[in-house]
Design a protein around this ligand. Structure first.
Ligand SMILES: Nc1ncnc2c1ncn2[C@@H]1O[C@H](COP(=O)(O)OP(=O)(O)OP(=O)(O)O)[C@@H](O)[C@H]1O
Length: 258
């Protein structure tokens, strides 16, 4: 009998990564079904960026395997990376290029022909509301504009799996809504999206699956409804992760004199 189930878009098995004495990722297993919109949430320092960097070929794991649509990423990084579109955290771009040049460059690097790149660059600039700044150097872009042009670069080769670290950080509400629409229709047409975010409300509304990560471990993973149960995702997150502190320790911060 043949297995008719498609391979997951992403499968992480036993991923570990240490930086000196600090264990950033301590045995992460994760299955991201093909066609899902997957949220990755966790407190600061949880290991999200480290996990996503290993999952996208940017950081070598100490242990563990990464499979993208069934193919071992670290066994064959060049070929498997073609399936991936990546928006890393704290992107460093060739910012002496204009927005249009940067997207064009990303498309050509992926081996697209010039006509295809030109058409897609125009489409992406329009979708990201960057047409008016197509000829502006990226170094002169605002933080949100930089995020959007980096996202355009991640999309230009029509990847099967999009991995976005904090895609909405610094992006204005109208642009964020446009980006959400782009991502939702990308998923509807068969793509898979993984986003890391600190905004629980956004993840609850936008994603169908979620994993909560803390201390380099997965605390909970599944559909958003499975993970949140009867609570909101935010309440469930606080319950799982803990760490709420009151302001009592900061008595000196009270400015009133009585
Ligand atoms: N290059 C590095 N060198 C040393 N320690 C690192 C390095 N990268 C990450 N770490 C440490 O690993 C842990 C996980 O960091 P990571 O950036 O993966 O967390 P995160 O979940 O993405 O956090 P945030 O939500 O704040 O972006 C942190 O304790 C961090 O200090």
């Amino acid at each position: 009998m043949t297995d008719t189930h498609p391979a997951p878009a992403l499968q992480l098995d036993g991923l570990w990564r240490r930086f000196g004495a600090k264990i950033a990722v301590a045995g992460i297993d994760l299955v991201v079904p093909a066609g899902s919109f997957y949220g990755l949430v966790g407190p600061n320092g949880a290991g999200k960026t480290t996990t996503l960097s290993m999952a996208t070929g940017l950081l070598v794991p100490d242990f563990g395997t990464v499979r993208v649509h069934g193919q071992d990423l670290w066994a064959n990084p060049t070929q498997v990376k073609r399936l991936l579109g990546v928006l890393p955290d704290g992107v460093r771009l060739f910012d002496r290029l204009t927005g249009a040049q940067l997207i064009t460059y990303a498309g050509l690097l992926h081996g697209l022909d010039r006509d295809t790149v030109a058409a897609r660059t125009a489409d992406l600039l329009r979708a990201m509301a960057l047409e008016g700044d197509a000829q502006t150097l990226v170094v002169d872009y605002s933080a949100g504009m930089t995020k959007k042009v980096a996202l355009a670069c991640a999309l230009v080769h029509a990847p099967k799996l999009l991995v976005l670290d904090e895609p909405f950080e610094a992006v204005d509400p109208v642009s964020a809504a446009n980006i959400r629409d782009i991502l939702t229709s990308y998923v509807a047409s068969g793509g898979t999206v993984i986003v890391s975010s600190h905004v629980m409300d956004l993840v609850q509304r936008m994603c169908d699956h979620v994993a909560v990560i803390a201390g380099g471990h997965v605390l909970a993973a599944g559909t958003v409804d499975e993970v949140r149960g009867d609570a909101s995702l935010e309440e469930r997150f606080v319950e799982l992760v803990g760490g709420r502190v009151t302001g009592e320790g900061l008595a000196w911060l009270r400015t009133s004199s009585d």
